[in-house]
Write a protein that binds this ligand. Structure first.
Ligand code: SF4
Length: 331
């Protein structure tokens, strides 16, 4: 079934759907949630696998073919590889990828690759055990690195991206270790500027260590050369001039990439978010459970996407941080 491509009111074609499959997580990253965690959604509030698959099939029929599964931590959702198989089998879905903290990769990498998952983004903010613990409140770096190695043994899983959130007065000490990690391993490291999506609403612009500052620190030691930007890309990617790997910078605060944004998000409880920083959401779960047919759901989606925000307003006077934190939105 092919439907009219999904387009927003600014003429942008939507091609990328990020689906949060749970709000729960086994980590407690300081820039995301408090040590005690958050009040989790009840099971009945969360979309079932069948409900997710039905919505994904509808989105993909409208041309939204790149699917990223997120959380919380998606691998904590029971039966997650089964969901990946269901979504990979949807005819119009081109690619299924995941953003994970890697803690359960050692256990699940094989099952995920066999279920059709083709791209992996693993979040690691420090390569030093004590500092990893300080930020995530989990003594888990060795297990995450073992999971990464298991994943790397599957050729289908490459390129594997390692994402590090960049926070001033923390990440400076990680910059060269991550550059060397990118040079000696097959992983593509990307630094992501810290965004105002923390549960405590404690974010300030001063805490943002910009991509440009990090790039300058690296290129002073390991010269970098820019690669052409892919359409809709969030990262600015560079290769090491001596050919030893690539490194990227995702700079939503200092160098926003909203102009050709083609992304929308579905939360674990079935709300459509047209921007990471949306202050409004459209409920798809209620009409879905009330028996709406596909054309009714399609109309609700098109109306919402037509109102998609042109860009975010982070750092601008009057910016309002969304009520939902990153763990309840998904990356
Ligand atoms: S902030 Fe919103 S508009 Fe900008 S790139 Fe992200 S999702 Fe797209």
């Amino acid at each position: 079934m092919e439907l009219e491509p999904l387009r927003d009111g600014h003429g942008r074609l939507i091609g990328d759907l990020r689906v949060s499959v749970t709000d729960r997580c086994n980590f407690r990253c300081q820039y995301c949630m408090p040590a005690e965690g958050l009040p989790w959604l009840e099971r009945r509030e969360i979309l079932s696998f069948e409900e997710i698959a039905r919505l994904v099939a509808l989105f993909s029929a409208m041309g939204v073919r790149d699917l990223r599964l997120t959380g919380g931590e998606p691998l904590v959702r029971r039966g997650f590889p089964q969901l990946v198989r269901m979504l990979s089998d949807i005819e119009d879905v081109a690619e299924v990828s995941v953003t994970t903290n890697g803690f359960l990769l050692e256990r699940d990498a094989a099952a995920l690759v066999q279920a059709g998952m083709s791209r992996f983004n693993v979040s690691i903010d420090s390569l030093q055990g004590d500092r990893f613990y300080e930020l995530t409140r989990r003594d888990a770096l060795p297990q995450v690195l073992r999971g990464l190695e298991v994943l790397a043994s599957f050729p289908e899983a490459h390129p594997i991206k390692v994402n590090a959130v960049a926070i001033r007065e923390f990440t400076e000490e990680e910059v060269l270790p991550f550059a060397e990690f990118a040079r000696r391993t097959p992983y593509e490291v990307r630094f992501i500027e810290y965004m105002p999506l923390d549960a405590d609403h404690a974010w300030t612009p001063e805490q943002v260590l910009t991509g440009e500052e990090i790039r300058a620190a690296i290129t002073a030691v390991y010269p970098l050369e820019p690669e052409p930007r892919e359409p809709h890309a969030t990262a600015r990617v560079y290769r090491f001039a001596d050919g030893h790997g690539r490194i990227g910078f995702i700079n939503p605060v200092s160098e926003p990439f909203c102009g050709d944004c083609n992304r929308i998000r579905l939360t674990a409880d079935g709300r459509l978010r047209t921007c990471l920083f949306s202050l409004n959401e459209t409920d798809l779960r209620e009409p879905l459970r009330a028996g709406a047919d596909d054309s009714e759901l399609e109309q609700i989606i098109r109306d919402a996407v037509w109102r998609k925000e042109l860009k975010h307003h982070v750092g601008e006077p009057g910016f309002i941080q969304p009520a939902r934190s990153m763990s309840a939105i998904g990356g």
